[in-house]
Design a binder for this molecule. Sequence first.
Ligand SMILES: [Ca+2]
Length: 301
Amino acid sequence: MLSKHFLFFILVCNTVCSCISYQTNSLLFIKGGNFLRGRNITNRPDEAPRHTVVVSDFYIQETLVTRKQYQNFVSDSMYKTSAEKKGYCMISLEGMKDWEWEKKMGANFLYPFGKQSNIPTRDDDPVVCVSYLDAKAYCEFYQMRLPTEAEWEYVARAGGNGRYPWGETESINDQFFSNFWQAESHTSSDSKDGYSYFSPTKAFPSNQWGMYDAIGNVWQFTNDYYDSQTYLLAYQTEKQSGIPVTNPKGPTSGTKVVARGGSWWCSEKTCKGHGLFYRGKIQKDSPFNNNGFRCVKDVNP
Ligand SMILES: [Ca+2]
């Protein structure tokens, strides 16, 4: 299946967006095509039924936006993030209960565990403690946008139809391909994949289309409002017209947006959402220390 697709690696800031003042991470050119979205056997109705989705050509950032890149954006734009406005970020830490969160005062994208934390962070970690609004502002500043839910999944799947880009299991022969949580609960961590918290954006191999952290590490904001009926409506449209939905953008309004892919906080035991089927949803101005993003760019803006 992969041979049907063309992947061009673009060193983009020299060729596509030379107007950008700070270099963002490289863009992958994604040749449009179609993929099967959703699954019919699931206990989550918003993942069904399975249907075909068509997307056009676009570019997508090969890695998640890093903390350093976001810091450059803030320096250049004087932008103030949701966490800075609110005075806190919602954080999780090793030792917490599985669904526990802490409203950490003073935590923001520069201090994703709070200012007194001694947990090390790196410039090439994905930026976290940013909201959807913060992610959208970043992308637009660099003449890009957030991916639609369909665009994100098309690239993350890289031609596959399973739960993960590489198959149906999180690891193969104890080799891990993404950053999730392996322990039975969050009260302890065995970090089999090498990281208790988020990992540098190229710590794990890319998927077959060159996308790093296709899933895992941090949830990824999409530009689509969440609607539990999105898949059902697309399926019905295709059934009635005989034509699959093309470049779907989700509802025109809503209270929450879609985030996909799961994060370092997710495990098989405590967050069955990690993988390529689960559709996360979050308030537009909510910052968490396991949410991040990447941007896309239209071929013909
Ligand atoms: Ca991990």
